[in-house]
Design a protein around this ligand. Sequence first.
Ligand SMILES: O=C1C[C@@](O)(C(=O)O)C[C@@H](O)[C@@H]1O
Length: 253
Amino acid sequence: MKTVQVRNVIIGEGRPKICVPIVGQTKEEILTEAGSFAEFPIDVVEWRADWYEDVFDTDKVLETAKELNTVLKDTPILFTFRTAKEGGEKAISNEAYQNLNLAVAKSGFVDLIDVEAFTGDKIVTNIISKAHDFNVKVVSSNHDFDKTPEKEELIRRLCKMQELDADIPKIAVMPTCRRDVLMLLDATLEMTESYADRPIITMSMAGTGVISRLAGEAFGSALTFGAATKASAPGQIPVNELKQVLDILHKSL
Ligand SMILES: O=C1C[C@@](O)(C(=O)O)C[C@@H](O)[C@@H]1O
């Protein structure tokens, strides 16, 4: 099993890594949120740029990314534009999505980018291969805020992301019942045992799914999202509590 190293964080080894989203709308809010992170146990910071008011002005995005990088010092940054169709704040054309991700990847201010896997194979493989040229790792993602697909479908999507050469396939789904959470965990375990040659990230959202955000090390999810200030998805718990649970499980496993 390959691991993914970003700065001094190794994803896919030891306890699941903790990623905290920034959902500020203005540059000031974004930098203030980032400035408060030093006191928290955070491995990776996700900049949810779809919340940013100036996200369609690439010069401003790069300027903010640069300052964010300075404030966060050695903490790796995951740049994410979550599109409206996958639960994000704004809609974007495929062309603008590609241009934005490539400009940010090229800048050297971020370590990872999130690429929605079902944007179209051509565009996705293009972004991934260029990001790799810039030495930026790719989290390939898929979200279902309404339901949990069947286990075979969850595995199929994760395998597809791996085939597209994403460094870290990721899927976030909504449970409609407790058995949906078991299905997500089962798919995670089977993917890890039988198909994945790299770290994957899975989560079942909302309160019903919270166990999946805690039990990654038991079933094979390499990173988990927690909240420091404001959550970016239902079910994220405060990072200090998250870290305690991850450490307890890690000791036993
Ligand atoms: O894809 C994900 C996962 C997530 O949706 C969650 O459920 O924690 C939170 C998002 O910010 C992130 O981009």
